[in-house]
Design a binder for this molecule. Structure first.
Ligand code: AMP
Ligand code: MG
Length: 415
């Protein structure tokens, strides 16, 4: 193992790995994994990753349909009155035919009869008994949905590798899929380290902190699409840490540890990972916060050692964990995720490293860019800045922005 695997001291002045390189290194190691598949019903498929494409099982719509409540007529009959010979509701079966001089009432979604080439909305007509009166000659081909206009049988509506949304599943239902094939969710372990860390349900002593990160990581991982099957707190003791990491490696596809990857006397994690046979991928990335992040792999299990400060662990898991869960779970979402842009409401600065900051997006529907407001923050230990955050704003090194300047951000949601 290289020197990075062991705890290093102040002499450690190697250049930091750029985030994009760290991300692609991680991605290159996740790619070989082939998740298994399962068939699930549509309501159970929300946020799961599609493993086989979904295609139209018939032309859509299969016949011409009316897009309005009105009358199906023949446009070449001009403005002359027509004889109304019947009505076609949405759901009326059969395909009648009209002749010149005839009309049929047709409701939205009803089949347009053979012979008719246009639908006149009811608002533009008058009816006297069975007579349909029009003020002007109707234009051809209005308010008629052509057969197959949404696609023909076999058109692929959803491709494999997509994390399914409510809209996707509505489309799958319309394709006639009552079940879909999805990839099995990757399993994850979350291990919080630290002698000072107590469960959030306990009253902490003055020397203790509540364990917020384990909860955050668990919920973030679930949101990314993983199944958290193991979570525990482990004291800063090498034996105990080795046992917990060893169990997690045996049981899970992804092992997340919190704390113990920096320069402190009890930051044992790099050594523990090495002793557990985890292959080193990287330690220390050019990020603020999150610089001490550690990553490795053993067999098919990815390991991410997050720094313990609440904002660091949250940010690092967002920046690396979402990719890992996507890739282990078969999702083809591209990374790095594209940045979006809004307008900062305050002055912002970064120093030597690229900086990420929890922020709150707000805006209205007047077409202006979203307003980006950093959540109040006094450093990466300030867990209050996680409340209300719905995005991470991004500053390149050496940035100095003023209120009203354009600023990049990444929303905290599945793309
Ligand atoms: P470490 O990375 O272990 O040096 O921890 C850095 C800081 O994060 C310390 O102030 C810890 O008390 C705090 N911390 C570590 N783990 C957690 C946790 N699970 N929840 C909240 N704070 C934590
Ligand atoms: Mg610690």
């Amino acid at each position: 193992m290289e020197s990075q695997d062991t705890k290093s001291r102040g002499s450690d002045r190697k250049p930091l790995l750029p985030y994009a390189e760290a991300l692609s290194l991680l991605e290159s190691r996740c790619k070989s994994f082939a998740p298994t598949v399962a068939e699930v019903s549509l309501p159970d498929a929300l946020d799961r990753v599609l493993a086989a494409e979904v295609a139209l099982d018939r032309d859509e719509p299969p016949v011409r349909r009316s897009a309005m409540d009105g009358f199906a007529v023949i446009s070449s009959d001009g403005a002359a009155p027509r004889n109304i010979i019947g009505v076609l509701y949405a759901g009326t079966s059969g395909l009648p035919t009209i002749q010149s001089g005839q009309a049929m009432a047709v409701m939205t979604g009803g089949t347009v009869p053979n012979g008719a080439d246009t639908v006149v909305p009811v608002e533009l007509t008058q009816r006297e008994g069975d007579q349909l009166l029009l003020e002007t000659a109707p234009p051809a081909n209005k308010h008629v949905r052509a057969a197959g206009e949404m696609g023909h049988k076999g058109r692929v509506i959803l491709k494999a590798g997509r994390r399914l949304t409510a809209g996707d599943l509505a489309a799958a239902a319309s394709c006639g899929a009552s079940k879909v094939l999805v990839y099995t969710q990757p399993t994850a372990a979350v291990l919080a380290t630290g002698d000072e860390v107590v469960h959030y349900s306990e009253t902490p002593g003055l020397h203790q902190v509540r364990d917020s990160n384990r909860l955050a990581s668990q919920l973030q991982l679930q949101g990314f699409g993983a199944k958290v099957t193991m979570d525990q707190h482990v004291p800063d003791q090498e034996e105990a840490l080795m046992e917990a990491v060893g169990n997690a490696l045996d049981q899970c596809d992804l092992v997340i540890t919190i704390g113990g990857v920096s320069m402190g006397d009890k930051d044992f994690m790099p050594r523990v990972f090495a002793q557990c046979g985890v292959e080193f991928l990287f330690h220390k990335v050019a990020l603020q916060p999150g610089k001490p992040v550690w990553a490795g792999i053993r067999g098919n299990t990815i390991v991410l050692g997050l720094p313990g400060n609440p904002v660091s662990s949250f940010t690092v898991l967002e920046l690396f964990g979402r990719l890992v869960v996507d890739r282990l779970g078969g999702a083809t979402t591209s990374y790095p995720r594209p940045l979006r842009y809004g307008t900062t409401t305050t002055e912002l600065r970064s120093h030597k490293r690229p900086r990420w900051l929890p922020c709150f997006l707000s805006g209205d529907h007047d077409g202006t860019e979203l307003q980006v407001t950093p959540c109040q923050e006094s450093g990466s230990g300030d867990w209050t800045s996680l409340a209300y955050a719905n995005a991470l704003l991004y500053l390149t090194p050496g940035s100095h922005l003023h209120a009203g300047d354009r600023v990049a951000y990444l929303p905290l949601a599945n793309p």
